[in-house]
Design a protein around this ligand. Structure first.
Ligand SMILES: NC(=O)c1ccc[n+]([C@@H]2O[C@H](COP(=O)([O-])OP(=O)(O)OC[C@H]3O[C@@H](n4cnc5c(N)ncnc54)[C@H](OP(=O)(O)O)[C@@H]3O)[C@@H](O)[C@H]2O)c1
Length: 414
């Protein structure tokens, strides 16, 4: 079985002599190595690239930083380590920060020579690669799935517009505790957290903001610069509740009083995960009567008991009609891209609700929202929640006031 050192030993003189035939034979050997699936830590592909190796490992994102350690031969030859697939994207961007010799992108997203290659356009204009330097602070969204998230588009554009030296990445993560253990250096200063890690994130933090603790979920983790400790926050709650209050205030001619328009309303939350907890907690705080409906009834019961509300199974919701004018908030991923034809409740129940909110923001108008509008309800998109929660995260990431107008403008394009 070939390994990197053998190939490098062969390559050096051939390349120096310009023996391109042998170099291409070498590429053939390298591609045979790619077939070897017995040992994932072995080299997967080797390409000859201007006299240096471009090596791609099929690794977990958590393993990316261990490559140099697990491959002792890496210390003997000049190596460019690039991790393939969505989990490896981080290595293609952060090489600019950690002294990598090169990275590369494809001209078109549909024409790639290996999975996970970004386009040149994304490298230059999404990740602002030319600005990434050793002192650039690293942020990212931790989730699984994560590619639906608009956060990288938003925060990278905000960082660029306000002249903040940061880069924000997609982080496809299987195990958040492993991930945070691996990426423990002070270069990694802040993370957003999405499905399904918000509850696990809370357990990984050294300190948790009291509101996030009451909610039981964290969507923003900051590494405190003074001691490196991880501090967890929840900005979902304010984002979602203020979006719903704004929706109701439009109905009541924009009259703003100190009393929330949610006070006294029957507020039905579908889902009992991270977003469900934030919505249920927020609605209760505003004086609503809260009912949780969840696929797994026990989780609905547990959340209802924690915040002081009632619980239903998701199936019971189809026949739930104690009164008219209720508020419905979907906090499951049912109806999210790519499964946009799905919806968590049948259309006929929507006439009982005066406002329907969907936490999903890809697509902006879900099937649930379309059917709710057709049934006469006010609709509030997850995009409004997204903007609201982003204000809070932006302030925590940069220490600067959130550029609300800019955030609104950026999100208009998505
Ligand atoms: N707009 C925003 O800014 C924003 C912010 C946060 C989240 N979100 C969105 O909110 C959604 C949930 O996020 P999360 O972090 O709360 O996720 P989570 O913690 O994983 O919770 C998911 C919830 O959805 C339920 N669920 C999942 N698949 C289901 C299905 N096929 N049928 C019925 N119920 C199902 C789960 O029920 P079980 O308990 O039975 O598993 C659970 O209650 C995602 O779409 C996310 O993108 C949007």
């Amino acid at each position: 079985m070939d390994d990197v050192e053998d190939i490098w030993t062969d390559l050096k003189p051939w390349y120096a002599q310009g023996d391109l035939l042998r170099v291409s034979k070498l590429q053939y050997r390298a591609s045979s190595m790619k077939q070897d699936t017995n040992n994932k830590q072995k080299i997967s592909t080797v390409d000859v690239n201007v006299g240096l190796y471009t090596i791609t490992f099929p690794a977990e994102v958590e393993s990316s930083i261990h490559i140099a350690v697990v491959q002792p031969q890496c210390t003997k030859v000049p190596i460019i380590g690039i991790v393939m697939g969505d989990r490896g994207l981080i290595s293609r961007i952060l090489c600019a920060k950690f002294g990598g010799f090169l990275t590369f992108g494809s001209l078109k997203s549909e024409v790639v020579s290996a999975p996970g290659q970004p386009t040149l356009k994304d490298l230059l204009y999404l990740y602002n690669l030319r600005q990434v330097a050793p002192d650039t602070k690293v942020y990212g969204i931790i989730g699984k799935p994560v590619r639906h998230s608009k956060s990288p588009m938003l925060y990278n554009e905000v960082f660029k517009s306000v002249g903040y030296n940061g880069v924000y990445l997609f982080l496809l993560v299987d195990d958040i505790a492993n991930f945070l253990r691996a990426y423990s250096s002070t270069d990694f200063v802040g993370f957003s957290v999405t499905i399904p890690h918000k509850e696990a994130a809370l357990k990984c933090c050294d300190e948790v903001d009291p509101v996030a603790k009451s909610i039981g979920a964290v969507n923003c983790v900051i590494r405190r610069p003074t001691d490196g400790k991880l501090i967890g926050y929840n900005t979902d709650y304010v984002g979602a509740i203020s979006a719903i209050e704004d929706g109701l205030q439009v109905k009541y001619n924009g009259s703003r009083t100190n009393v929330s328009p949610l006070a006294g309303k029957l507020f039905v939350v579908i889902g009992a995960g991270g977003a469900g907890k934030a919505l249920a907690y927020g609605a209760k705080e505003k004086g609503a009567r809260v009912v949780i409906a969840n696929r797994t009834y026990d989780r609905a019961r547990e959340l209802a008991d924690t915040i002081g509300g009632d619980a239903l199974s998701l199936a019971d919701l189809d026949n739930y009609h104690p009164e008219d004018g209720m508020i419905l908030a979907n906090t499951t991923s049912v109806g999210m891209q790519p499964k946009v034809d799905e919806t968590p409740v049948p259309k006929y129940v929507l006439k009982y609700y005066s406002l329907v909110f969907d936490a999903i923001y890809t697509p902006k108008t879900t099937r649930l929202l379309k059917e709710a509008e057709e049934s006469g309800a006010i609709i509030v998109s997850g995009l409004e929640m997204f903007k609201g929660q982003a204000y809070g995260q932006c302030e925590k990431f940069t220490g600067l006031p959130a550029p609300k107008e800019l955030i609104g403008k950026i999100m208009e394009n998505y």
